[in-house]
Design a protein around this ligand. Structure first.
Ligand SMILES: O=C(O)CCC(=O)C(=O)O
Ligand SMILES: [Fe+2]
Length: 415
C-alpha cells in the first residue's frame, strides 16, 4: 500500500448508467477550457451490478455461512488487540495510519509449497515499507474463510479477460499437463488485516503495493462487522451500508463513490480485479454515523442468558496472492541497499487524459483511451527507503525487465 492521505468526504450524488457514461465522455475541445482538470460530481453505484459494470471490481454479499462469519469476526477482534498502526515518513514528518493493521501468511504444506511460503513471508516482511515481525499463520477461522474466498475469486477470474503480465497460473494438483481450465491462477497465500474502531478510523486514498503481488494483481477484500449508516434519498427507510470509495488514479476527472446497501448481519467480499490498482485509488472514508454491529451468533464462552454484545468495529481482511516470480529474494535493491517497490508507469499507459497530465488536447481519442485505460505496459522499480529512513531515499529507479529478471509465466504465455 502506498502512503495514504485523508480526504474530506463529499456528499455523493446518484446518477443513472447513461449519466455515468456521459460523465466519462470529455467535453468537446471547442467548449472546454484548456487548463485545469474537468470537474465531475461524485457518483454513487448502488448495486453490485453497477459496480461490476463501471469498475474493475465485483461485490459479493454474504459469502460465508453466518456461523463462520461470526467466528472469524470474534477471532479477529481477539487477534487485533496486538495489531499496530503503520508508521512511515512523508517528506519531513512521520505519519501514522488512522486504523490498526497486521499481516498473516497461510500455512502451506511442504509438498505444495514451490516457493509460496518464502514469497508470502517476504511479502509480509516489508509490508508498507515497514519491517514487520515474522507474520503469523492464518488463524483457523481465517483459513476456513479463505477457502470460500478462493473459490469465488477463481470463478470470477475465469469469466474475465486476462492481462498480459498477470500470473499465468500453475496446474492444479492432479491435473493433466496443458489443461488450461485446471490451472490455479489465484490463491491467497497472505492476508493484510485491518481494524477500524468507531466512526472516524479510516484509510486514505491509496493503491496497494505491487512489489510481491505483481502487475495486474487480484485482491479479495472481505469486510465484517460495523456498517455505516446512510439514508439515500431515492430509497425509503434506513439502510445499513458499507462504503468503499474508489477514485480513478492520477486523474481527478472521475470520482466514484461506491455504496452498496447491505443488511447489517451480512458480510461483503469486494474483489479488486486485475487493472484496479493500475487505474483506481481506493479508500475507506471516516463516517458521520455508524450503527453498532450485533453478531448473529454469540462469542465463545458467553453464558446462554447473556445478550450478544454489540461492536463499533469494522474488520477487513484483504486476501492476496504473492506470486512466486515476485518473491522478495528477486526484488532489486536501491543504492540505499533497501528492496525497491514496484510502481506502474502511469505516464505511458493508456488513460483518460486530464488537462494537467496529457499531451493531447482533451477530447482527442478519449473514447479509445477510456476503453484501454489500465493497460500499463511499463513498471518501475523505485527506491522506497525514505518511507522508513527519515524521508531520505536515493531516488533510484529502473524499468522492470521481465525477461532479464526471469519473471513469469505470464497469462499471455499460457495457452
Ligand atoms: O478496509 C478496507 O476495506 C480496505 C483496506 C485496504 O485498502 C488495504 O489493506 O490496503
Ligand atoms: Fe488497499
Amino acid at each position: 500500500m502506498s502512503s495514504p492521505s485523508n480526504s474530506p468526504s463529499k456528499k455523493p450524488k446518484t446518477v443513472t448508467n447513461d449519466e455515468f457514461m456521459a460523465l466519462l465522455r470529455l467535453p468537446n475541445s471547442s467548449d472546454s477550457k484548456p487548463s485545469g482538470p474537468p470537474k465531475f460530481p461524485p457518483l454513487t453505484l448502488t448495486t453490485p451490478d453497477m459496480v461490476a459494470k463501471h469498475t474493475p471490481c465485483t461485490m459479493h454479499l454474504s459469502v460465508l455461512p453466518p456461523e463462520l462469519a461470526c467466528r472469524l469476526f470474534y477471532s479477529m477482534i481477539e487477534e487485533s488487540e496486538s495489531w499496530q498502526r503503520n508508521k512511515w515518513w512523508l517528506f519531513d514528518r512521520v505519519v501514522e495510519s488512522p486504523h490498526r493493521t497486521s499481516f498473516y501468511i497461510k500455512q502451506i504444506s511442504e509438498d505444495d509449497d514451490g516457493g509460496m511460503r518464502g514469497a508470502a513471508q517476504y511479502c509480509g516482511d516489508r509490508y508498507n515499507g515497514r519491517q514487520t515481525d515474522l507474520p503469523t499463520s492464518f488463524p483457523e477461522a481465517m483459513a476456513e474463510a479463505c477457502e470460500y474466498v478462493e473459490r469465488i475469486v477463481n470463478a470470477e477470474m475465469r469469466k474475465r479477460p486476462r492481462f498480459p503480465l498477470e500470473w499465468g497460473g500453475e496446474p492444479a494438483p492432479g491435473a493433466s499437463p496443458g489443461e488450461a481450465d485446471d490451472l490455479v491462477v489465484w490463491r491467497a497465500n497472505v492476508a493484510a488485516s485491518n481494524r477500524y474502531e468507531g466512526s472516524q478510523e479510516s484509510v486514505g486514498f491509496h493503491t496497494d503495493q505491487l512489489t510481491n503481488i505483481g502487475p495486474f494483481a487480484t485482491i479479495a477484500s472481505l469486510s465484517l462487522g460495523r456498517a455505516s449508516s446512510c439514508r439515500p434519498s431515492v430509497l425509503r427507510g434506513r439502510f445499513e451500508c458499507e462504503r468503499l470509495s474508489l477514485r480513478m488514479r492520477r486523474t481527478s476527472a472521475v470520482q466514484g463513490h461506491i455504496m452498496s446497501h447491505l443488511h447489517i448481519t451480512r458480510q461483503v467480499l469486494c474483489i479488486m480485479h486485475a487493472s484496479c490498482q493500475e487505474t483506481f485509488k481506493h479508500c475507506i472514508p471516516p463516517q458521520r454515523v455508524i450503527d453498532p454491529f450485533r453478531p448473529s451468533h454469540p462469542p465463545p464462552g458467553l453464558a446462554p442468558e447473556e445478550p450478544i454484545p454489540t461492536f463499533n468495529t469494522r474488520i477487513n481482511i484483504t486476501f492476496r496472492f504473492c506470486r512466486p516470480d515476485f518473491h522478495s529474494s528477486t526484488t532489486p535493491k536501491c543504492k540505499c541497499g533497501v528492496p525497491c517497490i514496484l510502481r506502474p508507469d502511469m505516464k505511458n499507459r493508456y488513460a483518460l487524459p486530464d488537462a494537467q497530465d496529457s499531451e493531447k488536447p482533451p477530447g482527442e481519442n478519449h473514447e479509445e483511451e477510456r476503453i484501454n485505460s489500465g493497460i500499463v505496459t511499463k513498471y518501475w522499480w523505485t527506491c522506497y527507503a525514505g518511507a522508513q529512513n527519515e524521508g531520505k531515499g536515493c531516488n533510484f529507479w529502473k524499468v522492470m525487465d521481465v525477461k532479464a529478471e526471469g519473471r513469469g509465466p505470464f497469462a499471455e504465455e499460457v495457452v
